[in-house]
Each structure stands twice: as structure tokens, then as C-alpha cells.
Design a protein around this ligand. Sequence first.
Ligand code: PLP
Length: 483
Amino acid sequence: MTTPIIKSLQQWTTTEHAPFYTPGHKHGWGMGAEFTELLQTAGLKFDLPEIPGLDNLAAPSGAIAESQNLAAQTFGATHTRYLVNGTSGGVMAAILATCQPGDQILLPRNIHRSIIAGLIHSGAVPIFVQPEYVPELDIAHSITPESIAFALEQYPQIKAIMVVAPTYYGVCGDLAAMAGIAHQQGIPLLVDAAHGAHLGFHPDLPPSALALGADLVIQSTHKTLGALTQAAMLHVQGDLIDMGRVDRCLQIIQTSSPSYLLLASLDSAQAQMATYGRELLDRTLALTQKARSELSNIPNLLVLDLARTQPGCRYFDPTRLTITTTGLGYSGYEADTILCDQYKVVAEMPSQRHLTFIISIGNREWDLEMLVAGMRGLAQQASAEIAPITEGAADWQAPLITTPAITPRSAFFAALETVPIEQVVDRISAELVCPYPPGIPVLIPGEIVTKQSIGYLQDILASGGDVVGNSDPTLHHLQVVKE
Ligand SMILES: Cc1ncc(COP(=O)(O)O)c(C=O)c1O
């Protein structure tokens, strides 16, 4: 009997380390007590299907319906639906529910790949708006209300707006103003809030997207709260969303065998946040602030702090910690390897210049102490031997508003050919290629390939990052639409 997955899990979980990655419960420390006990005592006994006495996620009328209603109250929605395929499933269903084939949808360009999957399913036409990019940080924020208003003038037929808030870096755009603009046009504002399930539960955190007027919000409960990986929620308010259609779309996208383990963890998360949300986040924020101030005193490290409003950044989530490591002479990828191997601190996301850490209700004081000690060690090690890196990745920028040459759906179903990478510029990409994490595509099916996008991906591979989605993992070839 060979069980490589089980072996690797056993190995990983027996090595003690400070976790700053998802899920938010961090090895169970932040999981609701009742659910933890149930898992420990009953375990596999409650891995059950829709048998009499239990409920049915596709047509809930009992315990699932009741729990979803409680979650709606806790998170400030009119309707809540539990998701067992992450925010990814919710995003796809949201696009399918609001766009017909050929309908235009306004999107920021720094979207998660699940939105592209939603475009392929629905046949909707993306109108991309460039997010505010800060070159000195090499970080893209949100799009602005002004750029949304401008895009709506150019494309008055747009049927829905979907934005990402917060971004992977914890940045939220001005959602209240965006909702105002959308509602003036009579169209809904949909928010991919994969990283924002904890927002709105504490005055020192950004308000939730629902509180700011969004019509449909999808949150990865598993990323920042106490729920199992894949467990997420879709919330709706107002009268611009047809809930019956959302339900039909969820049935198309999600499995017909949802796991009760996932559903029970969502039940646990809604109760935990209703009862202890403020208290848990008080503690998390206190730990975060202490670590932030200690990290800020380490020479040559830059700790991202966007306390002041700037274009594309109306609110900032301080529990999302991004540290620029290039001042030490390390790329984010190199720093990640050293921190993990030598200091037993595991980040959520390395990038060319930064390391991003998720601090959640599951993190203990010990984790934060390990983080500060690890960064101090890294800084001491670095100053002895290495010169700071001043160059970042090749900037990857595009005009304010772009639309692909053909829809992602047409490119997905088109006849394809595989071409050497030296010959792909100006061809139409058939592949969705993105650095992972964060899973934000650099190449999208239907878009013209540019020299900059290929250079950017090659830089990432060369500096040790992962690029996914490409049929040739070395990126020597790319699939393009046949001419
Ligand atoms: C911005 C954004 N949206 C959506 C997703 C997908 O979330 P999930 O993993 O819950 O499917 C992610 C995942 O990292 C993300 O970063």
C-alpha cells in the first residue's frame, strides 16, 4: 500500500512551524470548539449524504436553510448560500446569474482565474479596467470609481460590475462610490471578497462589502475564518439580483454531493463570528499591531502600511502583512525558502519583491514571535553578504480600458496550435497562465500576447516562482488560437 498524499501530510504536520497561510483556523487553533470536538470524537461518522433527517444543499428546507439564514444575519445579507467549491464556484455562478452570452461585464484586470472560468462558462465579454498600480511597490490596488464611470460612458451596455475587494494585499477600493455608480445605471455590483470574510466584524478593519452597498458578495470563509478549506459563502442583498437564477447557477457549478464536513464547518464559522467575532479579532489585531511595530524596526525591511487613502485604496486590512524583502538583497521567493527552511515560518504568498502573510483568528502569539524572530534572522544573515536588489520585475502595464480580441469562451473552444515562445507575440492566447499564488492571470484566453506579458512570466520563473495553467510548464511553448 502506497499513500503518498497521506505521507506528505503526516510529514508536514509533524514539523512544528508558524503558519501564515490559509486556512484561517491555522491547524485548528481558530476553529469553533463544538466543530473541533465533533471532528475529534465523531470524525468520519458525520461525513454523510442527503439522507432523511438531514437537509439538501440544492434545495434546503431544514438545518442548512436555518444555518444559511443565521449566516445572513451575522454577515449582514438578505440571503446567504453555502459554497463547497470555494469562492471560485460562487464567482462562476455569480457571472452566469447576471450575464447572458455576449453581455458585457466590467472587471479589473487583476482578477482571479475563477472569473475567467465564469467568462468561459457564460460567454460574457469582459471590459477590463486597469487597477491603480504603484510601481515603487510593484503592487496593483483596486480600480477607482472614476475609471468605472469612464468605462460605463464608453460601454453603456455593461450589465454588471465585478470587483475584487480586498485584494491579496488587503486593499479595498471605494466600494460605496462604486455601488452608487452601478446603482445609478441599474446594474449590480458583484464583489469577489475571497480574502474578506472577516471584514466588518471590528471597527479597526475595513467595513464589509455588503455594508458598503454591494449587491452580491462571495467570501472564502476558509481563508480567514474558522472553516474547512473549500468552504465559502455567497451573500446577496437588494433587488438587482435574481436569487432563483443564482440558485440554478450554483446547481450547475457545484457538486451534487456536498460534504457535510464542509457545511458543518460553515455552520461553526457563522456561530463563532456571531458570538465571539469582535473578541477574536480584538486579539488578532493586537497581535498584528505588535508584530507590525517590531518588524518596522528591522533595518532594510519595508512593511506595507496603507493607513492613508490613495487612488485604488480606500481601506486597508492590517491583518494582511506584506513585507518587501528586496532591501535585504532577497527576492520574495528566496526569502520564503530561507524563512521556511531555517526559521520554520511559512508565508502565504511569495512574489518577486515581497512576502505576504495572512494573520487570522487562528494565529497564536507564538506564531507572531516566530515571524518577528525569523525576519530578524533573515535581516542579519542578509546584511552580512548581499547587496540590495533595486530592480523589480518588468512592469506589466496596459491601457486603462481593454477588451480581448475574442471572448475567453471563443478562444477556449477555438482550434489551437502550439507555438514556440519566441513566436507568440501578437498572437491570440488560448491559455490562461498565471503566477500562483496569487492566481491572477497574466495571459487570458482571447487576449493578444504581448512582449511584456511573456517577459513578466519568464522573470517569475527565473526567480523561482510558480507559473500555472500553461500546457508547457517550462513556458518554451504556448497554445494560441489557430490563424
Ligand atoms: C481574489 C481571489 N478570488 C477568488 C479566489 C478563489 O477562492 P477559493 O480558493 O475559495 O476558490 C482566490 C483564491 O486565492 C482569490 O485570491
